[in-house]
Design a protein around this ligand. Structure first.
Ligand SMILES: Cc1ncc(COP(=O)(O)O)c(C=O)c1O
Length: 423
């Protein structure tokens, strides 16, 4: 066995992985077409057909409906905007509780705060990192108005079970599907099982246009409210004859024509792109599944995982501290990060209980507190177990895949030496 690079040996990968380049000739041509049209945004924030955006924005929305098999798509300028618009569309009001996972990008949990909603953190499952339905059931209260499920790392949360919980409770299920286009559960696409699903088109995502987002829904009324909130609702409620004015002041969450044109070209390749990710993940998973103390990502029965990330868990039985294992992999040339994100209730907004204004609003409306120990599984993933790898951020061909597998095997075989090291 060759010596570990961490201990002075030669690394498996001698050059850093090259980045995956996803902007090609078609994207360039699409941008030039928009530039030449001289219409970089087709939106007007006032009554008229332009209230709904320019030609590329509308074309993208139609194509999105077709690809993701959903009746209504409303583009926005980020998933963060989409999450906020969704909270407005379902009528979140000050003091309403919204159940969220703590292990996700912060935008998921912060979105309700913009309407005075109270995020209530509910723990995750250790094998999919998504909301645990039984924890959600216990977190329900008479003031719960919605659940935001995140299809984290590209794997579906238990969406059908969460949908049933939300229907029984008479509340909404929103899907933060930022990371999971084309993932599915029991034949239904993620993003389309809840009342509203939100996708991200930021630079790191499968379909990306610099920044951008998409909200989808099967409910025409919610689609209309999303369109209004995206574009200065206050100017158009008379024109569209909206009687229920709840939350119908708007933002500028509008997508540009350039972003829409780029996203449209990327949409055509999405199936092939997800297959590429599945290929990489399948190889890494099959090569690690029998390694003692390591767990590759689970794909639950009846689910499609789109492998936004490939997440390896280092369990206690590995006998090596995660930090040491991570450093050893890095030294061999295998990029990885420890923990993903800290549980969101550790953030100052929750610890200091101040979101809007000077006086702690909206936390002044609740007795809920945010303390360590609330969601032990999320804490354990952050502090001890998760090693996060984005294979698809790199240009990983089969030869490189062999080297990545070699890195894991080499480090794993040397775990007795690593067990002696302490961070
Ligand atoms: C789960 C999740 N939700 C929301 C967001 C926010 O997306 P955006 O950057 O498009 O606002 C992200 C972005 O990384 C995300 O991963």
């Amino acid at each position: 066995m060759s010596e570990l690079a961490l201990l002075g040996g030669k690394p498996v990968l001698t050059e850093p992985l090259s980045p995956y380049r996803s902007m090609g000739q078609r994207e360039r041509a699409a941008v030039i077409e928009v530039m030449e049209s001289d219409c970089l945004s087709g939106f007007y924030g006032s009554p008229g057909p332009e209230f709904f955006g320019g030609p590329k924005v509308r074309e993208l929305e139609q194509a999105w409906c077709k690809t993701f098999e959903v009746p209504f798509s409303v583009s926005v300028n980020s998933a963060t905007s989409g999450l906020i618009a969704a909270m407005g569309a379902i009528g979140i009001s000050p003091g309403d509780e919204v159940i969220v996972p703590p292990y996700t990008m912060s935008a998921t949990a912060v979105a309700p705060l913009f309407y005075g909603g109270i995020p209530v953190f509910s723990d995750i499952e250790p094998d999919t990192f998504c909301l645990d339905p039984s924890a959600v059931q216990s977190a329900l209260s008479p003031t719960t108005k919605a659940i935001i499920a995140v299809n984290l790392f590209g794997h579906p949360a238990q969406l059908h079970r969460l949908k049933k919980i939300s229907e029984d409770a008479g509340i909404y299920l929103i899907e933060d599907n930022a990371q999971a286009p084309l993932a599915s559960e029991h034949g239904r696409r993620c993003g389309t099982i809840g009342d509203i699903g939100i996708y991200s088109l930021n630079y790191h995502k499968h379909i990306h246009s610099g920044e951008g987002g998409m909200c989808v829904t099967g409910n025409e009324h919610l689609a209309q409210r999303l369109q209004l909130i995206r574009n200065h609702a206050e100017n158009a409620v008379d024109w569209l004859d909206i009687a229920d004015l709840n939350n119908l002041i708007g933002h500028n969450f509008r997508m540009t024509e350039v972003s829409a044109a780029i996203a449209l070209t990327q949409l055509f390749d999405i199936e092939e792109h997800v297959r590429r990710r599945e290929h990489i993940a399948k190889r890494l998973s099959s090569e690690t599944t029998s390694l003692h103390g390591l767990s590759p990502p689970l794909v639950r029965n009846g689910c499609r995982h789109n492998f936004y990330c490939w997440v390896l868990r280092c369990e206690d039985t590995l006998g090596v501290e995660r930090h040491i294992f991570s450093q050893a992999l890095l030294a061999e040339g295998f990029p990885n990060t420890e923990g993903y994100v800290k549980p969101l209730y550790y953030l100052p907004v929750f610890q200091k209980r101040i979101a809007l204004g000077r006086n702690g609003f909206p936390f002044t409306l609740t007795k809920r507190t945010y303390s360590k120990g609330m969601c032990p599984t999320a804490e354990c993933m952050y502090e001890q177990e998760v090693l996060f790898f984005e294979p698809c951020a790199y240009d990983v061909d089969d030869e490189t895949l062999d080297l990545l597998v070699k890195c894991i095997h080499k480090v794993h075989e040397s775990r007795d030496d690593l067990a002696k090291l302490k961070s």
